[in-house]
Structures are given as C-alpha cells and as structure tokens.
Design a protein around this ligand. Structure first.
Ligand code: UDP
Length: 451
C-alpha cells in the first residue's frame, strides 16, 4: 500500500437516492482498498440504511458523516431520502439539500478532506469545494450514453444526436426535453448549474460498453471522463432476510424464473400494475415481483393487483412488498431473465451476474439505458404503443423470448461474456482513475502552496 495514499482523505457526497448512495458506497470501498480514508456524507435516514451494508473490514476507513437538512413542514426527516418518497416531493428534497449548503461548509471545514467527489445532481458542490480550496471531481452514477444525450439536448437542442442507436420514440423525447427544460428553469444562478470545464468526471462504466459515448461526452462537457467500471453491491451483504425467497428459488428449475423489479424510486401506476400482472399470467413463467408504494400510502397488496391474481398464479409466483435482496436474487441459477426499468445499478447487477434483461423503461435515464443495452445485445424491450402504454401480450411475448425463446441463447451468451470482461477491466480502470485523483490533489496542493 502506498504511504502517500494512506494520508489522503476523500469526501463523498452522493444525491439522496438509494440508486446514487449505493454506487458511492462501492466507490468508497474501492478507494479504501487503495489506501484512502473516506467520509461518506448523507442524511441520517440514508446512513442508517447504508450502515448495514458496510462490512466490518471497512469500519475504520469509511466514516459516515451526517448532513442535516433544514425543516420543511412537508418533508419530515423520514422523507430525507428518495426511498419511498412520494414523487411530488422530489423537487422539495432537492431544494432542502441545497439549503443545507451552510451545514456542508461547516462539515467540510471540520473534516478537512483532500478532495471531494460529488454527485452530478448537485453541481453546486463544485463552488462550495472551490471556495474552501478543496479540489473536486464529479461522479455520474448512470450511463455515459444517457449523460451525453442529456447534455446534447441541453446544449444543441435542434441538432440531431450523433448516435442513431439511442433514437428515442416521440413520447420519450418529449419527456427528456421537459426534464432538460426543468433543469434550465431552476430558480438559481446559472453558474451553479454548469459543469466545470477541464474537470474530471468519474462514471461507473467501461469503454468496452460505452467508448463512443464517453468520447462524445468528453467533447461536449470539455472535461476528462474516467470510467471506473460498474459498481455492483455485494450480493451477500444485500441478502439480509432473503432466506424464504432463496428457498423458494431453490425449488424452481434452472433459468425458469423472471425477477421483476423497477428500482428504488419508481411506483407503478394502476394500469402498469395490471398489464404486468396479466403479462406474467400469460407468460406461464415463474416470477418474483417486487411491488412498492410511496411512504404514507397504505395500500392492500391484494387489492392493488387484479382480482384473484395471487390465487391464480399460486406457487408459480412470489410477490414481495417493498424491498427484495435484488443482487442476491440475480445470482440464483433459477433466474432466467430480469424484467427491469433499466436503472443503471440494476443493469450493472444484471450484467455482472449474467442475466439478460427484459426492459420496461419508465423515466429519466431509463429509455436511453434501454437503447444502449439493445445496441450491446443484452436486452429486449417490451415495446409500448405510440402513447407509451404497456400491453400484456407483448410483455408475455418478450419475457418468454428472453428466457427460453429464440433470442435467449444469444442474449445470455452476450451478457455473460460482457460481465466477465467488465470484471477483469474494472480493476485497471479504477487504478487509473485513482492516479488521476492523486494528481488532482497534488496540483491543488502545489497551487495552494501546501505541497
Ligand atoms: N434494490 C434492491 N431491492 C429492491 C429494489 C431495489 O436491492 O427491492 C436495489 C437494486 O439492487 C439497485 C438499486 O436498488 O442496486 C436500484 O438502483 P437503480 O439504479 O437500478 O434504480 P433507481 O432506484 O435508481 O431507479
């Protein structure tokens, strides 16, 4: 271990969503393995969740640092996270985090990190760190494809995006444009929402999957893009309380079962729930389906599903309310396909564990991630109609095709190979990124006269 490294302290500041904190934690572990000391900063509710996922061996190198948000009547502390947060409160949470800037400054002054890695969602952190003479790097927790697509829309709204594989359907493009416009309209000084030039952006990806998108992104944001490999949570650590599910899976045939889950933030509409339920019935496949409702919505699971659904599927299906040990489930040999919204962590886990994807993208980065997966050859999409509605027959058809139909062999062999290649490349990528971070600190120390 490098003695120079042992002195370096990184301050990691993710957005308050589980899908962001989780890859930040995996990054913290990898930095810790390379001799860094880490502060991981989030709200108490998020830290209580993430604490359980830190193995004993990291307890002295990864410190959890609490950030308290200002009080908003509609945002009590149990909502200081996106996990279970009703969707309409998301922008209030962003506002609350930004208003916690003075608390962040106090924390940084007392923790004195050598550098900060912040989530691209809170670009304003760059200004905070710079004002304290602390160098910083951004971390983007989704695909380079998606990031380049959004920056392209933001900067050259009228020009055609250069990669046709990511061509969005009309309703998807309309939503993407709305999202970009919402960011433009943010009621805050423009410089706080601009990506710093000549900076460093870490992305949890690899050139093997996204080389051309990384190059284009680097060109349009005028920053260095450093791939650090996909950051996948440890399936054993994610598997708390999984005994019943794993036993159930043990009794199913190899590759006979689909895992159905739409991440930590999206809540299915009633129509989507119905089409998926009937799709699962029609498919005749075994399934585990995670269903979530927003905090404060006490819905009865049976009533939320089509009448008689649970009896009709019987032991062929398991419905889990709230949260399931996804990474662990995906490692089980009975799983033949993952019906996913295509959040980047879910994709990374599916590729790592060699499971082909049945894509049902919902929002945000998911449509672009889906197109990328199709281009790479590890997923098929449940094609919606022109208005974006799902259809049970199509869901059943794609699920069967991916698990045991004509496409299944090719998809499975592609995803397994890709998973293997990414694993072997990610150590090299992380080492290279660490060297760049060390240079960043060194340059800043020389500039500040403290080297
Ligand atoms: N996850 C899980 N159990 C669940 C739902 C989600 O373990 O029941 C984990 C999943 O394994 C992944 C993360 O939550 O690591 C979701 O991240 P992703 O980027 O896929 O989607 P997001 O939640 O950001 O939409």
């Amino acid at each position: 271990m490098d003695t120079e490294n042992t002195k370096l302290k990184a301050f990691l500041f993710p957005w308050l969503a589980y899908g962001h904190i989780s890859p930040f934690l995996e990054l913290a572990k990898k930095l810790s393995d390379r001799g860094f000391v880490i502060d991981l900063c989030s709200t108490p509710i998020n830290l209580s969740f993430i604490q359980k996922r830190i193995p004993e061996s990291y307890s002295s190198s990864i410190q959890l640092v609490e950030l308290h948000l200002p009080e908003f009547p509609q945002l009590p502390p149990h909502n200081h996270t996106t996990n279970g947060l009703p969707l309409h409160l998301n922008s209030t949470l962003q506002k609350a985090l930004k208003l916690a800037k003075p608390n962040l400054i106090t924390i940084l002054k007392s923790r004195k990190p050598d550098f900060v890695i912040y989530d691209v969602i809170q670009l304003w952190t760059y200004g905070v760190a710079s004002s304290l003479n602390i160098p910083s790097a951004q971390f983007f927790t989704s695909s380079a494809a998606m990031c380049s697509y959004f920056v392209h829309l933001y900067k050259n709204c009228d020009a055609e995006y250069p990669f046709p594989a990511l061509h969005l359907r009309d309703y998807e493009l309309e939503r993407a444009r709305k999202l970009v416009q919402r960011n433009e309209k943010k009621d805050e000084p423009e410089e706080e929402n601009i990506m710093p030039k000549d900076g460093i952006m870490l992305i949890s990806t690899s050139r093997e999957m996204e080389g051309k998108y990384m190059d284009y992104l680097s060109e349009i944001i005028e920053s260095k893009i450093l791939p650090i490999g996909t950051l996948v949570q440890d399936p054993v650590a994610s598997g708390e309380g999984s005994m019943k599910i794993m036993q159930w899976l043990d009794n199913k045939n190899e590759l006979s079962t689909v895992f159905v889950s739409f991440g930590s933030e999206y809540f299915l509409t009633k129509e989507e729930r119905e089409e998926i339920a009937y799709g699962l019935e029609l498919s005749q496949l075994n399934f585990i389906w995670v269903i979530r409702f927003p905090n404060g919505e006490n819905q009865n699971l049976e009533e939320a599903l089509p009448q008689g659904f649970l009896e009709r599927v019987g032991d062929r299906g398991m419905v889990v309310e709230g949260w399931a040990p996804q990474a662990k489930i995906l490692t089980h040999s009975s799983i033949g396909g993952f019906v996913s919204h295509c959040g980047w962590n879910s994709i990374s886990e599916s590729i790592e564990f060699g499971v082909p994807i049945i894509a049902i993208p919902m929002q945000l980065d998911q449509p672009m991630n889906t197109k990328l997966l199709i281009e790479i050859g590890v997923a098929l999409e449940d094609v919606r109609n022109d208005n974006g509605a799902l259809h049970r027959e199509e869901i059943a058809r794609v699920m069967k095709d991916v698990t045991s139909g004509e496409s299944s062999k090719q998809l499975r062999s592609k995803v397994r190979n890709l998973g293997k290649n990414l694993k072997s490349k990610s150590v090299e990528d992380m080492d290279a990124a660490v060297e760049e971070l060390k240079q960043l600190v060194k340059k800043s120390k020389i500039k500040n006269g403290s080297f």
